[in-house]
Design a protein. Structure first.
Lengths: 147, 292
């Protein structure tokens, strides 16, 4: 494996955006940072700056109010990048199906690479989701066309 | 005359080349020790290198045309400051070169419209204001012992500086906290998850410019460690152990304090720094008068 690919897989910095979730999934994301799950041992850091992050974690359904913000955050992230939709709402819109103010899943606004279902998604499955997103980053890094 | 045949001549050059690597390893040890203090596993010690290589390979997002120049300037001046230390040159010039490096960072952060970046830059200026005068006084206190501002004069000094300047070494702890951007005075930016100004002074850096800023930060850390090593001058291995002890003290402080505001940063670094260093200088002079 090339050094650059290895470095990319060893250091995914995440950006977390709450699209209007009930905070159930957000709490589980933050739980992954605590000593019990300790994602930093894989080099994962919650960086909070779109310009410096590799993986975008989105919770909650896409809605008319903040789709512009979500699109803006996605555009501010430099390539190579991956998007993970966390929780039922972010995957499909779930219980907000047909609500007039929501658009449905996050993939209505930005391309999503990994879907992590669950209400709320468990920290283990969120970490699994990040690992799946790394597989995409590896393919991009090795020059394969994705999507 | 420089003796080009003697391998010892090339040690300073080797040190300058290795400085960012030593600093990067120290950052890795920092993250590991911090994780262990929080009962976590922590990332591997070479994690900072993975981060820097990854950042180098990211798509470049340049905030302004001056930004890459100033990022290179931050790294370049940091390496220049380390070179001044490694070649046994003037300590005051070394401190001014570090200030020049910091000014590059601040100017680059001011050179964008982002309010986070701007507030971070102002706080970085305050951090410089907090620790630069104390560093200067430390150099003056060393002058009182060796009679010179040259690092080479410290290396020729027979008695270790620590025995004559113990309070000065304690005054270096708050300086190191501010310089390493650690709690309680990580006001300009923070490497941890508790974000306040997004990334403060680092907000507008991304990709290779952020990698350069990180490299500059590692070199500055190696510089501070090297400077503290001088306090056990003839035997630099014991000096390095002393520097690591202070490094560990900073990590303990980082993990036991919440973030405080800039007022407490300036007030405490100045009070502790000025009081301890001046008390030590007065003690030295009094001792010299009594001995005479």
């Amino acid at each position: 494996m090339k050094t650059m690919t290895k470095a990319r897989l060893k250091s995914p910095w995440v950006l977390h955006f709450d699209c209007g979730s009930c905070n159930g999934c957000d709490i589980e994301i933050l739980a992954a940072l605590t000593p019990k799950f300790d994602v930093e041992r894989f080099g994962i850091v919650n960086i909070g700056d779109p310009k410096q992050s590799d993986v975008l974690l989105v919770t909650g359904p896409a809605n008319k109010r903040n789709q512009r913000v979500l699109k803006n955050l996605y555009d501010q992230m430099p390539q190579p990048k991956a998007v993970i939709a966390i929780g039922e709402c972010a995957c499909t819109g779930a219980m907000f199906h047909n609500c007039p103010n929501t658009l449905g899943g996050v993939d209505k606004v930005i391309p999503v690479d990994v879907y992590v279902p669950g209400c709320a998604a468990r920290p283990e499955s969120i970490i699994d989701g990040v690992v799946l997103a790394l597989a995409k980053l590896q393919k991009v890094s090795e020059g394969e066309k994705v999507n | 005359m420089v003796d080009y045949m003697n391998p010892l001549t090339y040690i300073p050059i080797l040190l300058v080349v290795l400085a960012p690597i030593i600093g990067g390893l120290l950052m890795g040890i920092d993250r590991k020790l911090t994780a262990r203090m929080q009962n976590r596993m922590g990332p591997p010690i070479i994690q900072p290198f993975y981060d820097a290589i990854k950042l180098w390979g990211k798509e470049p997002f340049i905030a302004s045309r001056l930004q890459p120049v100033l990022a290179f300037g931050y790294f370049g001046f940091s390496v220049a400051a380390f070179a001044l230390l490694a070649f046994g040159q003037d300590m005051l010039l070394m401190i001014f070169t570090v200030a020049a490096a910091d000014l590059c960072l601040v100017a680059s952060a001011f050179n964008s419209k982002s309010p986070y970046s701007n507030i971070g830059a102002r706080r970085e200026l305050l951090a410089m204001m907090a620790y630069e005068p104390v560093m200067m006084l430390v150099a003056v206190s060393i002058f009182f012992v060796t009679g010179s501002f040259m690092v080479s004069a410290v290396l020729q000094n027979a008695t270790p500086l620590l025995t004559l300047l113990p309070l000065v070494v304690i005054a270096m702890v708050p300086v190191l906290v501010v310089d390493m951007k650690k709690s309680p005075w990580d006001v300009s930016t923070s490497s941890h998850a508790h974000q306040e100004l997004v990334r403060g002074v680092y907000t507008e850096f991304s990709g290779y410019t952020l990698a350069l800023v990180e490299l500059g930060h590692w070199t500055k850390l190696a510089l501070m460690m090297g400077f503290i090593s001088l306090f056990w001058a003839p035997n630099l291995i014991v000096g390095a152990a002393l520097a690591f002890a202070l490094f560990f003290a900073v990590l303990v402080i980082d993990n036991s304090y919440p973030r405080l505001d800039w007022r407490s940063m300036v007030k405490n670094t100045w009070m502790l720094g000025f009081l301890l260093v001046i008390a030590n200088i007065v003690g030295l002079v009094a001792r010299a008068v009594i001995m005479a």
